[in-house]
Design a protein around this ligand. Sequence first.
Ligand code: SF4
Ligand code: SF4
Length: 104
Amino acid sequence: MPYVITEKCLGEVYAQCVDVCPVNCIHPGKYKDQDFMIINPEECTECTSCYSACPIGAIVESPEADPAYAKINAELAPTFKNNPAIPTRPANDPPRHATNKLVN
Ligand code: SF4
Ligand code: SF4
């Protein structure tokens, strides 16, 4: 069961998750006119590394935890996977959205 990046990531994209993914299956792109990141469900090995690396807890451990965003990750993967990498934001950088809180 692949991990899934959820709505919390929209406009935040710390990209800390990208650095820890051993199979390079996390990719950036635009969604709803904001920067976003997806996990390619075809390649995720459920290694758990990204889950604890996200500073705002934007990653869930299964599609069942957020079926709507699981579908969005899967649908965006074919196009996002060809996008170039983006810079990492420091893990202690305050979230841009007031609804998000640093958890790690
Ligand atoms: S670390 Fe979290 S907020 Fe940053 S890109 Fe990954 S999922 Fe999105
Ligand atoms: S669970 Fe592991 S393989 Fe899957 S996206 Fe996260 S870091 Fe990559």
